[in-house]
Ligand binder design. Structure first.
Ligand SMILES: *Cc1c(COP(=O)(O)O)cnc(C)c1O
Length: 388
């Protein structure tokens, strides 16, 4: 056996290059915000999940510094051993109060929150029904759980219902999985119908609020609040790393669910607790988002302004359906998406090309922030009009 067992890696990379699927990192300098330093020049940032502009906010920075000085850089252990601090409890009650749930549990990331929650609550004898466009963490959590997984077409509640009619009785437990704001499209799940179906067929419903928390709903609680579903028993997952400007994830739900996850979610039990800095920054973000609803309102005003300019100046642009601050311009191919992203970058606009395998069709993805100025949005539309 003289062949190099690692040869396939180079070949696989070559295939990725040929398909225009190759990805690499881009270095950002300085503080995050509506404008950032990208590869040595200032660009307007439409690539960030920092919807409320909090990741560079001095109050979060000061909270992180103060927590680090008081409690150190590392939490030194898992929550059940030496890593649990009063700060974690404070953050978890702030999340539960924001989400209007009985309880909440913070994980090291949103990805780990999904893996932990899904694998803890279903197994081999159970069924998962999952939206085809769900985030990678929901899909991989489903696979890892060992449950039977059936994907339903994107937001297709008719197919979901007929699958439930056919399959539900053959399984012990059933879990429906959905993003609330679909991260690469910006549309919303049909939550009220999903809640109804879950109740009718005795299914658990896990809603991933990663892109909705802080942005949607009267108090910024997310899509569940937006649709008036806070009274229903749900499993709400989310992240501290998007509108909350920090790092970490959470599950919010009933006291019993959270208590169970503390005992059974392996991605929570066997990993180090969130750092004091991340915990304090997220806690500060929740306070700000509750005290300054004008930030959330500004996100929506900016979205409306962009839509209005597009309608007036770029009527031929193919906008994917969206009800969030994520707006996508559909393009023919990965190569075209890359070229448009390049041209935008030359005009001082940072808006990424999103390509397969992340999404089925290539696109430019725009994220609107509260801290974008009207002039930033005008510059984006102007740059797009040169390309069109
Ligand atoms: C970003 C995202 C996650 C992962 O959250 P992290 O905290 O970044 O790991 C999970 N689900 C969805 C829908 C996301 O958009």
């Amino acid at each position: 056996m003289a062949t190099d067992p690692y040869d396939w890696i180079e070949q696989s990379l070559a295939t990725i290059h040929r398909a225009d699927w190759y990805r690499s990192v881009k270095t950002i300098h300085g503080l995050p915000g509506a404008t950032v330093q990208l590869e040595g020049r200032e660009v307007i940032n439409f690539a960030s999940n920092d919807y409320l502009g909090l990741a560079g906010d001095d109050r979060l920075i000061q909270a992180a510094i103060a927590a680090t000085k008081e409690f150190g850089t590392g939490s030194t252990g898992s929550r059940l051993l030496s890593g649990h601090r009063e700060l974690h409890r404070e953050l978890e009650s702030a999340i539960a109060s924001l989400k209007q749930t009985e309880s909440a549990l913070v994980f090291s990331s949103g990805y780990l929150a999904n893996l932990g929650a899904i694998t803890a609550i279903v197994g081999k004898r159970d069924l998962i029904l999952s939206d085809q466009y769900n985030h990678s963490s929901l899909k991989n959590g489903a696979i890892l759980s060992g449950a039977t997984v059936i994907d339903y077409p994107h937001c297709d509640v008719e197919t979901l219902k007929s699958q439930l009619e056919k399959q539900r009785l053959r399984y012990r437990r059933c879990l429906i999985l959905t993003d609330s704001v679909f991260s690469m499209d910006g549309d919303l799940c049909p939550l009220p119908t999903l809640v109804e179906l879950a109740e009718q067929f005795s299914c658990m419903l896990l809603v991933d609020e990663a892109h909705a928390t802080g942005v949607l709903g009267a108090t910024g609680a997310g899509c569940v609040e937006h649709f008036g579903c806070t009274k229903h028993q749900l499993i709400e997952v989310g992240t501290l790393s998007k509108a909350l400007g920090s790092l970490g994830g959470y599950v919010a739900g009933s006291t019993a669910l959270i208590d169970f996850l503390r005992n059974r979610a392996t991605s929570w039990i066997y990993t180090t607790a969130l750092t004091p800095a991340d915990t304090a920054a997220a806690l500060s973000a929740i306070n700000i988002l509750q005290q300054e609803p004008e930030r959330r309102q500004q996100v929506w005003r900016n979205v409306d302004y962009l839509r209005q300019l597009i309608a007036q100046q770029l009527p031929n642009l193919k906008l994917l359906p969206s009800e969030s601050p994520i707006l996508c311009f559909q393009l023919e191919s990965a190569a075209e998406a890359l070229s448009v992203a390049q041209q935008l970058k030359k005009s001082g606009i940072f808006a990424p090309a999103i390509r397969p395998p992340t999404v089925p069709t290539s696109r430019i993805r725009i994220s609107i922030m509260a801290t974008h100025e009207l002039a930033h949005i005008e510059r984006l539309v102007e740059a797009m009009s040169y390309i069109n």
